[in-house]
Structures are given as C-alpha cells and as structure tokens.
Design a binder for this molecule. Sequence first.
Ligand code: NAD
Ligand code: GLY
Length: 360
Amino acid sequence: MESITVGLAERSYQIFFGAGTLEGIGIACASLSLGKQAAVVTNPLVGSLYFQPVQRALVEAGFQVHRIDIPDGEEYKNLDTLKLIYDRLIEEGLDRGAFIVALGGGVVGDVAGYAAASYLRGISFVQVPTTLLAQVDSSVGGKTGVNHEKGKNLIGAFYQPLMVMVDVATLSTLSDREYLCGLAEVIKYGVVLDRQLFDFLESHAERLLARDTECLLKVIRSCCSLKAGVVAQDERETGLRAVLNYGHTFGHAVESLTGYGRFKHGEAVAIGMVQAAKISEAMGYGQRGETERIVALVKSLGLPTELPEFRAEEYAEALMHDKKVKSGGINFVFNKGIGDFLIARVTDLSFLLKTCGIGG
Ligand code: NAD
Ligand code: GLY
C-alpha cells in the first residue's frame, strides 16, 4: 500500500491509499498501538455500503467494534449529533484506550473527529474518507468540528488523526454530483499549488469523469502530498494554510446567498475559483490565457462557472460576513497564473464586484 507522511513531529501520521485498502484497515490499526475498542462512526448510507468490510477487517485484527450511526447531511453537522456520539460512547463504556474510526465523507470526518478530540479530553481517531472531497482534503490536516446556527464550523478543534486510510474503490458508489464537487477541490490544488497537476487534469478530464482508478490514484496522491506539505508548515492556519481557501470567498457568498440549498459546496467553490481567476488576472497576476484555461477546465469537469443573480449590495454583504474578513478587509487568495498564489488583504469591494461583472 502506498503512503504519504504528514510531518508534524510527534503528531505525524501516514495517509495510506490504494484501491481495496479497506481490507487492510485492521492490520493498519493494529500497527498503531491502539486499545481494543473501536467505535466506527458512519451514517446509514455509507454504513450500508462499507461498514461490514471495515468491521470484518477490524475484528480479524482483534478489535471489538461498536457502530455509531449519525444522520446523513450537512444540516446534522451540529451539537445534537455530537451529543448523540458522546451518549453512545458513554453507553458502550468506552474508555481512554478506545478509538474512533470516521467512516464517511467530510461531515462524518469533521463530527467524529471533534468527538474524538473532546471525549474524555481526547481519544485517538483514524479517518476513512469515502468521498473524493474527503479523500483529497477534509480527512487530512486535523480540522474537526461542527456548525452553529450562526455559521459553519464555528465550534471545533485542530486535532490530527493517527492515520488516514483512503480507498479509491469507495468512490464507485458516490453520486455524480458529489464526485464532481470533489473534483472542484482537486482543481483548486492545481490552480494555486501545482501547475503539473493542472496540466494533468486538463489532459485527463475524460478519464477522470469516468472515475478511472489509475487516474484517480495519481490525483489523490498529488492532492494529499500538497495538503500534507501545507499542513506540515502551517497546521493552525496562521498564514500559508489559507491558500486552501482559494475560490472560497465568492464560493461562501454564493452558498449563503442561495440559502445553502441550490449549490453544493464544491459547485460554489468552482464558481468562486472562476471569480478569483478573473480578479487575479485583473490585478495583473499571471499571463494571458490562463483564466480561460481555468474556466475551460472547470467547465470540462462538469462544474458551474456563472455567479447566480443577486444585487451588488447583496454580494457585498455576503462577502463581508465571511470568516476570512478581518478588520474590514478580505484576506483574498489570488492565483498567480497557474500553479502559484498570493494572499493579500482586499479592502476595495467594488473592484472585486466590478471585475466579476456584479452590479453592471
Ligand atoms: P458529505 O460528508 O455530506 O458526503 C456527501 C454525501 O455522500 C453524503 O450523503 C454521504 O452519505 C454520501 N457518501 C459518502 N461517501 C459515499 C460513498 N462512498 N458512496 C456513496 N455515497 C457516499 O460531504 P463531503 O463533500 O464529503 O464533505 C463536506 C463537509 O466537509 C462539509 O461539512 C465541509 O465543511 C467539510 N470540510 C472539511 C474540511 C476539513 O479540513 N476538515 C475541508 C473541506 C470540507
Ligand atoms: N480545507 C481547508 C483546510 O484544511 O485548511
């Protein structure tokens, strides 16, 4: 099995990946000096598909397995769901030696990760991501948490897993729409961090859309290496890690203006990346034709590029409510052409809006 190390001194861990790796989860956990009790947190959909092989592998490796189901959906990434997990962990009598296995997409990973961070002041956990977004982004780097009614991810902790086990075979059951959302985050890595990855995505769009295993493994390997590198340098997002928010400024505005119902996060990020590319070009970063390439790649991977119609004042208000707004300015991630980036404070909202064609 291939692996990549997330280098964080005593909190370093491996991301294993391949096709069919779920079978190896028991042996991999056994190598981590964990206790014997494993609580697998999943949801009914993912659990119906992948709990059994994970359970079998863990039991064969000598673990006792407890299944904890949480409801499926971003709307359940909240304190009620967290309490449901704590209740079950307590009912099952799990002590500090127990560990959590987060089996699912980013929602399961974020909630289960925070349960692990906080139960008995912290127990071990491993990530078994089953969406493309979770495999290339959310399972790596230790951001865990839940939403509050006042905003997304307002409660949480940086808490690293002991291991990430990526099984690309699980992507075969993912809906087309969720799969494409993961591709949006993949494009993000190419645009701001890796020109070669961007070139690869351009030349392999069809194979990626067909979920070709070899192609996916190459892409996941690249994204996880890039994310591991960023996290190793800036675990708590004091600077560099903000690069992973590329496209998210307008993306979050689009999500919030449309009430989180019309666009999925990855679709909103795709639209946001197109706006960020236009703004970056208008600032003089990069060369002619690069924005067109970014827009073309987003389109060819079946993602939206057009901002939904709202008034300039509505966009301005949504942009100013983003978490990345500090003392009146937006911490904006620009792409410098393809493969490089710059993070800078933007205070002139009208420039952003005008460049994106908002408000005439
Ligand atoms: P998700 O977890 O809601 O999963 C999307 C849907 O796919 C769900 O219905 C899920 O049940 C289903 N699913 C998962 N795996 C499947 C499979 N293999 N086959 C069939 N269906 C499957 O969404 P997501 O896009 O994975 O994650 C989004 C969440 O991730 C958001 O809450 C976001 O805030 C968070 N996130 C966290 C980080 C981080 O660094 N922690 C980074 C990015 C996003
Ligand atoms: N997805 C953003 C981060 O992990 O920092």
